[in-house]
Design a binder for this molecule. Structure first.
Ligand code: XIL
Length: 386
């Protein structure tokens, strides 16, 4: 049975799945306006009232030049207490060419802007394990299976240089990103797998991060979510990895749940129960939780804006209610705030070629029902003790 939904109470007469979507006739109709944010506390203020913080991402490189959209970044400053760089602290961005020095300029500019506005900073990410996301020159290194020493040196140089550059300005680092392949639940392989090992390269990165960013929370970050199929295998693999890291004494302190959720297929009540149980197992390993990259992929929803926005908000509220209820969860970050700036336009376009509407604000920076859903989920979540 699908999880209930509450938008009937908002006059939308919809269940999250119930997007047989009565009542919405005109294609691309203007959605029911969400509550005006200016009359409301910010999402970070709502989060703080419960012992959490709310945040988002900004980017300044290439296509993702969100930081130079001034009204957008002011919206980010108004809503957020935490900032993470969308691409600017990744290895590829910091050192695309081993013959040149590290380039921290883009990240530094954003971070000094954020700090001046009182935002805390998250670092993302020291090792994105999949070869696709490593610098090409790293993938091309030919260590051989036995040259662990050189492999260790390459990782150590990267982690130590990056952590030392940012010093104690970063409160939380995604040390390792996406190590588990959802198709198998097994560790992905990269250029470090043969000389160092799968779990061993992860353990090494955490130990290096502990040594060079002693004050930061050290996080393993991945995109497993609720539901069956790949998500179930992904959860099993991540739990197994974290259990092994704990057994080894690896200084991992938290799991980052990316939270790139999909509006369809819709989760069932059994999916939610299983997700809750899995979150309990993670916390039982003495790990904290964060939602690090929340957005809602609306590919499975109809074109009509009102129907889509209602569907997105309903699914978000269901997922956030369950996930935010985890007692050790203290951070909720969106992967952007305004639809126009979502990474999903490039990564997973809709079949009908219409732009996705995955974020809490529309392109005119008007709040959508998703903002209301996030605000209501924060209001509803239990307070954490200090
Ligand atoms: C994405 C960025 O948003 C894109 O601009 C970039 O091209 C690819 O990476 N999981 C992560 C993030 O951990 O780093 C990804 O960010 C989105 C998925």
């Amino acid at each position: 049975m699908p999880i209930s939904r509450r938008h009937a109470a908002q006059g939308l007469a919809l269940g999250a799945a119930g997007l047989a979507l009565a009542g919405c006739t005109s294609p691309l109709a203007t959605p029911t306006p969400a509550r005006a944010p200016t009359a409301e506390p910010s999402l970070d203020a709502l989060a703080r009232a419960k012992g959490l913080r709310f945040g988002s991402t900004l980017g300044s490189l290439g296509r993702s030049s969100r930081f130079h959209d001034l009204p957008y970044r002011e919206l980010t400053a108004r809503e957020c207490g935490v900032l993470v760089a969308e691409n600017e602290t990744k290895w590829q961005a910091l050192r695309p060419n081993p013959g040149k020095a590290y380039d921290f300029a883009a990240a530094d500019e954003m971070f000094s802007w954020a700090r001046a506005r009182g935002m805390a900073l998250r670092g993302h990410t020291l090792l994105w394990l999949e070869p696709k996301w490593l610098p090409a020159w790293v993938n091309a290194l030919n260590f051989g299976a036995t040259d662990g020493e050189t492999a260790r040196r390459v990782l150590a140089e990267h982690v130590s240089t990056t952590c030392r550059h940012f010093g104690d300005s970063i409160e939380s680092w995604d040390v390792v990103n996406e190590a588990i392949a959802p198709e198998t639940g097994e560790l992905r392989r990269n250029v470090f797998s043969a000389p160092l090992g799968g779990v061993e390269q992860i353990d090494l990165c955490f130990r290096l991060a502990r040594a060079h960013a002693p004050q930061a929370q050290l996080v393993y970050n991945d995109y497993m979510s609720w539901g069956g199929g790949n998500n179930a295998r992904h959860r099993t693999g991540v739990l197994k990895l974290l259990t092994e890291l704990k057994r080894l004494g690896t200084p991992v302190q938290a799991l980052g749940i990316q939270g790139h959720i999909v509006a369809r297929p819709q989760a069932s009540a059994a999916d939610a129960t299983e997700w809750r149980r899995w979150l309990d197992e993670i916390q039982a390993l003495d790990l904290d939780l964060l939602i690090t990259e929340f957005d809602v992929n609306d590919k499975g929803l109809p074109a009509d804006f009102a129907q889509r926005d209602a569907g997105v908000a309903a699914v978000a509220r269901d997922w956030l209610d369950v996930t935010l209820a985890a007692p050790r969860l203290r951070r909720l970050l969106c992967w952007g705030l305004v639809d126009q700036h979502s990474w999903l336009h490039g990564f997973d376009p809709r079949d009908d070629q219409l732009p996705q509407r995955p974020l809490p604000y529309d392109d005119q920076r008007q709040p959508k029902l998703l903002r209301t859903a996030i605000a209501d989920a924060l209001r509803a979540t239990p307070a954490r003790s200090a």
